[in-house]
Design a protein around this ligand. Structure first.
Ligand code: ADP
Ligand code: ASP
Ligand code: MG
Length: 632
């Protein structure tokens, strides 16, 4: 259609003849009056000379109501029928908005996902978009209509033309995918808050609005519990370089821009099924310090990492595994040149940390390893695709590489391995994921000791604040698999089993200490999954455990995951320590820690979740004077 591409100003104003995709969430279309207000805003945008596609969610809490009805009939309703049911909500709101526009004299037409041609895969209740056919949309736009599209839904291109939905909150994804398919100038997400804030203003009213945030930061925040944007919407914006802004439906304020890296030329075929991995990274300048059998009580991590930070040592990965009896293991990586200092700090404070361990336990100890390397796969396409991490583990297993430490984020999976395995691991990963990092894969260690970071990662300056946002996820459960034989391939087998059920896993942590059972060495692995997947994950693992030689599976649903996110933390030693200190001061015990370059997540008791969020938000100085009222 040849839309001219314009650059949106920071105030969301557009110049003449832009094509804009606007999306209005459930609260914004929650009543007839609100639909009329949306219609007014749409008409204003058209009068300013723009063409408009408007995506809407179901009115208010309609979708929740439909889910409730289904659950009254069955605890586990058929997924196809769920899609049939839930997709009705959006059909109501598109018709009403279209009528409201027509009543204002604005030509408009409503279209369902199927009518537009939003083609998805068949995976009911969580389908990914494969393609959007734009011919009909473009025809209606050319005729001067505002096209009102039902968010959250699509259709399969099988003979049966099945109705699908994209997963809860998926209208954001519909909007950004439409914007990408139509080569729109930008995509505006209108919602019930002024934009993206430092945390959820419903829980922390003095959370502050951000003028902009990077896609990588937003991806982490969205997947760690900030529901203001669907993570897959951010992924599409990132992949297609689509300018995206989150704004309030009630005001003219500019909102928050989600900043993408350089726009890339990408095929629109297989829209959401792009290459999951963009790059393989490695770092051979790594050493690992483990503290075994430190007491499981508030303040231990704060004390340890506080000391490390006071020596100005920058810590990379940190993990703390589930506790056995009354002790924990904590492991972290530093650069090799920092190892001696880090070891000295850890050894010096160990006696102080260990006070109170019962005599039944063996003594706490510090272990160091300097012959290690970190390999990672990176890419926004791995979001919600549990098979990708599992594929990494299988690839390493097939290459005979034992995984020593695992750290996951939404856009990266990192594994610590023996340094002697590094070249083999990189070559195998590049092959599996068809990543063309030939310079790295040919002769990795000869070229550089530091990985070239993914080209797309925006480089934070030392002035970037370490933490941009804080998120709380109360919908997670923790699973632990005890006594897993310590040999290559075990993580692969276990996580493949979950991936086959489409269960996404986060915070995978392998215990540092070994236990010898019947002559063979075993370790524990703990991880978090969404609460809805916990039963299924447990059942699958329980079934497989005896054959794999693993012990019992333990589930804990009473957890909360609280996370800090910010690309500036790479430059700021002590960021994690500050988070741990905030929790320690209020005697909140940390059950699990997992980090990636731009996030630190802690699992705490569910009852401590909201307090933990507030304390951490405060500790990083993110609170402001302005209070955000959220309309319901
Ligand atoms: P919509 O129906 O418009 O899609 P959602 O309820 O899905 O709206 O998302 C908006 C909500 O996201 C806000 O009301 C707020 O409670 C929540 N939220 C969570 N974290 C954040 C954050 N960091 N910034 C803004 N809103 C957030
Ligand atoms: N109505 C759907 C839901 O509530 C989709 C959305 O609002 O984004 O999940
Ligand atoms: Mg939403």
């Amino acid at each position: 259609m040849g839309w001219s591409r314009i650059c949106p100003s920071q105030h969301g104003e557009s110049r003449v003849m832009a094509l804009i995709v606007q999306k209005y969430g459930g609260t914004s279309v929650g009543s007839v009056e609100r639909i009329q207000a949306v219609a007014q805003r749409v008409v204003q945008t058209v009068k300013a000379g723009n063409s408009l596609v408007v995506v809407v969610s179901a009115m208010g809490k309609t979708t929740d109501g439909l889910v409730k009805l289904a659950n009254e009939l069955s605890p586990n309703p058929n997924r196809r029928e769920m899609d049939m049911l839930l997709s009705t909500g959006e059909q109501v709101s598109i018709a009403l908005l279209s009528m409201a526009l027509q009543a204002l004299g604005q030509p408009a037409i409503s279209l369902t996902g199927a009518q537009v041609g939003i083609v998805t895969e068949t995976a009911h209740t969580r389908a990914r978009i494969l393609q959007i056919k734009t011919e009909r949309l473009e025809r209606h736009l050319k005729e001067g209509n505002v096209v009102v599209v039902a968010g959250f839904q699509g259709i399969t291109d099988t003979d049966d033309l099945e109705i699908t939905t994209l997963g809860r909150g998926g209208s954001d994804t519909s909007a950004v995918a439409l914007a990408a398919a139509l080569h729109a100038s930008f995509c505006e997400i209108y919602t019930d808050v002024p934009g993206i804030l430092t945390t959820d203003p419903r829980l922390v009213p003095d959370a502050q609005l951000m003028a902009e945030i990077t896609c990588d930061e937003m991806l982490e925040l969205a997947s760690l519990g900030a529901k203001v944007l669907h993570p897959r919407a951010v992924e599409i914006a990132r992949n297609y370089g689509m300018p995206l802004v989150v704004r309030s439906s009630w005001t003219e304020e500019p909102g928050t821009w989600v900043v993408s890296p350089m726009p890339q030329v990408r095929s629109l075929e297989g829209l959401e099924l792009v290459h999951p991995v963009d790059g393989v990274e490695f770092d051979t300048d790594q050493a690992k310090v483990s503290l075994l059998r430190v007491p499981d009580r508030p303040g231990v991590a704060a004390r340890l990492f506080g000391e490390i930070a006071s020596q100005n040592l920058n810590v990379d990965l940190i993990i703390q595994s589930i506790h056995e009896s009354n002790t924990n293991d904590i492991a972290f990586t530093v650069t090799r040149t920092s190892l001696k200092q880090a070891e000295a700090v850890a050894s010096a404070i160990l006696p102080a940390l260990s006070v109170g361990i019962t005599p039944l336990d063996r003594d706490a100890e510090v272990m160091v390893e300097d012959q290690i390397a970190k390999v990672a796969i990176a890419g926004a396409g791995m979001i919600g695709r549990p098979g990708v991490a599992a594929q990494m583990f299988s690839t390493l297993a097939a290459a005979g590489v034992n995984i020593r430490m695992i750290s996951t984020s939404e856009v990266k999976v990192s594994c610590v391995i023996d340094q002697s395995d590094c070249d083999r691991a990189i070559a195998a990963l590049c092959k599996t994921f068809s990543v063309n990092t030939s310079a790295v894969s040919d002769q990795p260690s000869a070229i550089s000791h530091q990985s070239p970071k993914a080209l797309n990662t925006p480089h934070p300056s030392p002035l970037t604040p370490p933490v941009r946002g804080v998120a709380l996820d109360l919908n997670q459960a923790r699973l632990a698999i005890r006594h897993i034989p310590d040999r290559p391939g075990m993580a692969a087998e276990l996580f493949q089993l979950l991936a086959h059920q489409n269960i996404s896993v986060d915070m995978i942590i392998q215990s540092q200490r070994c236990r010898v059972i019947n002559g063979s060495t075993t370790r524990d692995i703990a991880f978090t999954v969404g609460q809805l997947d916990a039963d299924m994950a447990c059942a699958v693992l329980q079934k497989a455990a005896p054959d794999l030689g693993c012990g019992e599976i333990v589930v804990d649903r009473e957890i909360a995951k609280v996370s800090i996110v910010g690309s500036g933390m790479v430059h700021q030693p002590g960021t994690a320590a500050r988070m741990f200190e905030a929790l320690a001061q209020h005697k909140i015990n940390i059950q699990m820690i997992a980090t990636s370059e731009i996030k630190v997540s802690c699992v705490v008791a569910r009852e401590d979740g909201i307090t933990a969020l507030r304390l951490i938000h405060e500790a990083f100085g993110l609170s402001g004077i302005q209070q955000t009222q959220v309309s319901t």
